[in-house]
Design a protein around this ligand. Structure first.
Ligand SMILES: Cc1ncc(COP(=O)(O)O)c(C=O)c1O
Length: 293
């Protein structure tokens, strides 16, 4: 049984009773976009940025969003209230809607909005505390001129194939390379490495989703006086890194202990710990400001 609630076609339902018609093109073809948003103290974290990215993703696949930002914010508040818990995860899905069988989206006249509030534990707390193991997957991230990674679409099959590789190797997560052998990101999280005290993350142009958590960490690092920048990285750069960690809404920040069987020098390392503390403070501050409003 899944604890949670779901807003579907304008109605609130218990999560286990929410289902989508089989002719929805989100189901048939992965034709749609989504966002994952954490809420803390009942406040959706960085909701405005997530709604902006949702709109950009929808625009990029020529999917009209008939809901205003204010309407989506209101629905999010309703769903979080109905969920009851103060902390959890909100999944916002927008599909092309229903249409006949056949790939053409033109007959799909009404986009479908789904919002789920639920619990989410991506990594068990023990693995999170000691650091996770990564592999570099043989499955490549799709090229920019294939499906632009900045579009957060419902097509996650290559990330899923990479995750299957991680499972088979007994690792917790996989990194995907692009066609040129540069690291892009994890299956649903961004990559950071520390080299000579500098914080580095692959540029979006190499094939990473410009994660909202990633953006926040780059900003917090600057405030902390840690030099941080985007830089193309190869597996070799991670093997010889001082530290490595992942960031994402679902993941939050997760330290990495090992990659492709190589132990990293520090886990959790000092840069991770400083970023992590600053991240927790940013969450508290954001929520305190919003709950006063
Ligand atoms: C492919 C991918 N990369 C990175 C991220 C992390 O992005 P964010 O921090 O915005 O959640 C996600 C999760 O949304 C993702 O699906």
């Amino acid at each position: 049984m899944h604890k949670g609630v779901c807003w579907l076609d304008g109605r609130l339902l218990p999560l286990e009773r929410a289902s989508v018609p089989v002719l929805d093109h989100g189901l048939l073809y992965g034709d749609g976009v989504f966002e994952g948003i954490r809420f803390y103290a009942g406040v959706p974290f960085l909701l405005d940025q997530h709604l902006r990215r949702l709109r950009d993703s929808a625009q990029a696949i020529a999917l009209e969003v008939p809901w205003t930002e204010a309407a989506l914010t209101e629905i999010a508040a309703t769903v979080i209230r109905a969920f009851g818990g103060k902390e959890g995860y909100l999944r916002l899905i927008l599909t092309r809607g229903e249409g006949p069988l056949g790939i053409d989206p033109a007959p799909c006249k009404t986009p479908r909005l789904i919002m789920i509030a639920s619990e989410l534990e991506l990594v068990n707390p023990a693995a999170r505390a000691r650091g996770i193991r990564l592999i570099t997957a043989t499955t490549r991230r799709l090229p920019l001129d294939g499906l632009d990674p900045r579009i957060k679409s419902l097509n996650y099959l290559n990330q899923i194939l990479a995750r299957i590789e991680a499972n088979q190797a007994g690792a917790e997560e996989a990194l995907l390379l692009n066609g040129q052998g540069h690291l892009t990101e994890g299956t649903a999280d961004n990559l950071f490495v520390v080299q000579e005290g500098r914080l580095l993350t692959p540029p979006a142009i190499d094939g990473a989703l410009p994660g909202i958590t990633r953006g926040l960490i780059l900003q917090l690092a600057e405030e902390l006086g840690i030099e941080a920048r985007e830089q193309s990285l190869t597996p070799y750069d991670v093997y010889r890194a001082e530290e490595c960690f992942l960031s994402g809404t679902g993941a939050e920040l997760i330290p990495v202990r090992e990659i492709d069987g190589r132990r990293l020098k520090a886990c959790p390392g000092p840069v991770f710990q400083r970023c992590h503390q600053a991240f927790r403070r940013a969450i508290q501050q954001h929520c305190a400001e919003r709950s006063d409003a």
